[in-house]
Write a protein that binds this ligand. Sequence first.
Ligand code: FES
Length: 145
Amino acid sequence: MERRHFIETLSAPVLVACAVCMGACSKSGGGTNTGGTNGGGTGGSASFTVDLGSNLLAVGSSLVQSGVIIVRLAAGNTPASFTAVQVACTHEGTAINYNASQNKFICPNHGSTFSTNGAVTLGPAAANLKSYNISISGNTMTIAG
Ligand code: FES
């Protein structure tokens, strides 16, 4: 078999497999997404809703959608009970996690930490996380910014 023919023979199944994988990997969170982008290290614009009747029920729980991580910090469905910041670390873009016992965001890549309002508390990240506006009507939370 010629080298070119061998590569052509292999490439078609690989492309199909990649297309299937890409489709399977594109899943959104528990709310209704009406748009949003992630700037890859900087917070992009976002606008979406989250149903608080079935999401973020426990204090300390979090949800990631449209490049934003939303955390319930306290009981009650008021904006002050939640925080919403960009999920991409401002250092190199790794997805941060909320640590409930330490009440802060921690980047698993190089260990940067951020307060619940997104301010850097430990580097190497130098820039704060973008913070998003939260409004709530009934059980519907709207994230925008
Ligand atoms: S990517 Fe987050 S600290 Fe480096």
